[in-house]
Design a protein around this ligand. Structure first.
Ligand code: F0G
Length: 469
């Protein structure tokens, strides 16, 4: 993938434009290659909903970057020598020291994934009337706060809500609003958060400068700062590439500087832990720890495995080191940048700039002839499947549209997310897709909208059904 963002040459050769996949392949899985003719009845039977299509019928699965990583030989090797003892396992010691080494936080509580960490932490901190600010909360973070009667408040900068803005750190929190919020709600804020990178805002990074200023505000008001750190390595590499004065720092050093500003973190290891399952809470101080461990024992497991097998702990310990390899991160950020640039060249607009883990196509701008009540995002999701075998996810009026007084109220944006699994697809896959997208763009006027034939009472995107209009 050509390098365009920066002048650094972390790749081996300064005289090459192409950023190569920094791995060779030792184990392979066949790709399901179907024709459009074969996909048509599959999509019809699934009611136009890609969540209802079997993975064996998908060629390129871009539904999520979470838990879809290809693990390394070193990770699989570590899993074989794991110690599956119920208490005090050697694998836990390895996992704990990897997390301590990375974050500098002493107290490490394993959980089976990110939302379990959220539930355990918030069930201790959040009471009815509590408020938890962040740049943007991820859906499960918000839901865990709200089901305890708290309020999850998004304070991302205005540029973070503007798809066309090319601000380098669109994940930044609005510091003026944060200051005012903390002053107004004194005593009601059990903790403050920052999500790195900001998934809800398109995988956009937070600058170290912004993170430090947010920490100063939180701490001045006596509020601990907790990072939602599931894409900490991608965020750290964006800091290295884009933040003035940071290029000469190693990414591991930047990650340490990041964690050093906060009081703890929640982590879904299914992203930058480079594993298929797992997570943790890590905290600098001990004051919540006993309570959290007791909660952990109730629902996740003993504190030295917390809902995971010891082999999962081993895989995370190795993954947290591998993810900070700069050749890997160079390649990783090149994937979404390359895809966004390729799509844009074919006249397919995307949220700018490309995020770390995903590209968001602006379906409203791409398909202006399909009105929001005919779900232009979902229409594109269906066509991406039929023509390329891609599974993607609509983030628009299927997810957020509502009936208000008997009339359809559309979402503010009609986006389609292509989230890229880590170390899974190669450049020829992406080139193949981009070739197909060129012809898709050329015949976009022939795409038709959809009618929703079944709307479930909540979370419609998972089970809704559609028909072409
Ligand atoms: N926080 C962020 C920022 C996330 O993106 C996710 C998951 C979670 C927390 C929850 O972690 O899935 O391990 O329980 N994001 C996935 C996605 C599901 O597709 O964006 P989890």
């Amino acid at each position: 993938m050509p390098e365009t963002e920066h002048h650094l040459t972390t790749s081996a050769a300064a005289d090459h434009r192409t950023i190569i996949e920094p791995f060779k392949i030792k184990m392979v899985e066949p790709l399901a290659i179907l024709t459009r003719h074969e996909r048509e009845p599959i999509l019809r039977e699934a009611g136009g909903n890609l969540f209802l299509v079997a993975a064996k019928h998908v060629t390129f699965d871009f539904l999520t970057d979470s838990g879809t990583t290809a693990m390394s030989a070193a990770q699989w090797g570590a899993m074989l020598v794991a110690d599956e003892s119920y208490a005090g396992s050697r694998s836990f010691e390895r996992f704990e020291s990897a997390v301590r080494e990375l974050t500098g936080y002493r107290h490490v509580i394993p959980t089976h994934q990110g939302r379990a960490a959220e539930r355990i932490l918030f069930s201790h901190l959040v009471k009815p009337g509590s408020k938890v600010p962040s740049n943007c909360h991820f859906d499960t973070t918000r839901a865990n706060i709200e089901q305890l009667g708290g309020e999850a408040v998004d304070l991302v900068i205005a540029e973070g809500r503007d798809p066309a803005s090319t601000h380098p750190f669109k994940g930044n929190i609005d510091l003026d609003r944060l200051e005012a919020f903390c002053a107004t709600h004194r005593g009601q804020i059990p903790c403050g958060m920052l999500t790195i990178t900001n998934n809800t805002g398109g995988g956009q990074p937070v600058s170290l400068e912004n993170l430090r200023a947010a920490a100063v505000i939180y701490h001045r008001h006596g509020i601990p700062m907790i990072l939602d750190a599931c894409r900490f390595a991608e965020n750290s590499y964006f800091v290295k590439l884009r933040e003035p004065g940071m290029a000469h720092h190693g990414v591991q050093e930047i990650a340490r500087m990041t964690f050093a500003e906060a009081d703890g973190c929640l982590m879904s290891a299914k992203k930058d832990g480079l594993v298929n399952i797992g997570g943790f809470i890590a905290l600098r101080e001990s004051r919540w720890v006993d309570h959290l461990r007791n909660q952990l024992i109730l629902t996740e497991g003993f504190p030295t495995y917390g809902g995971m097998a010891a082999r999962d702990l081993e895989a995370i310990a190795v993954g947290l080191e591998e993810v900070l390899d700069e050749d890997y991160l160079d390649y990783r950020l090149a994937v979404s940048r390359y895809m966004a640039q390729g799509l844009n060249r074919s006249g397919i607009p995307t949220v700018q700039p490309a995020g770390g883990h995903a590209v968001y196509i602006d379906a409203k701008a791409f398909l202006p002839h399909i009105p929001p009540e005919q779900y232009p995002g979902q229409a594109l999701v269906c066509e991406l499947y039929l023509s390329e075998g891609i599974r993607s996810c609509e983030i628009g009026s299927v997810m957020f549209g509502r009936e208000v007084d008997g009339r359809f109220a559309p979402a503010s944006m009609e986006l389609v997310r292509l989230a890229f699994p880590r170390r899974v697809y190669t450049q020829s896959h992406f080139d193949y897709i981009l070739e197909g997208m060129q012809s898709l763009a050329a015949r976009k006027a022939s795409l038709r909208g959809l009618r929703m034939t079944y709307r479930p009472p909540f979370l419609p995107h998972f089970t809704a059904r559609f028909e072409p209009v």
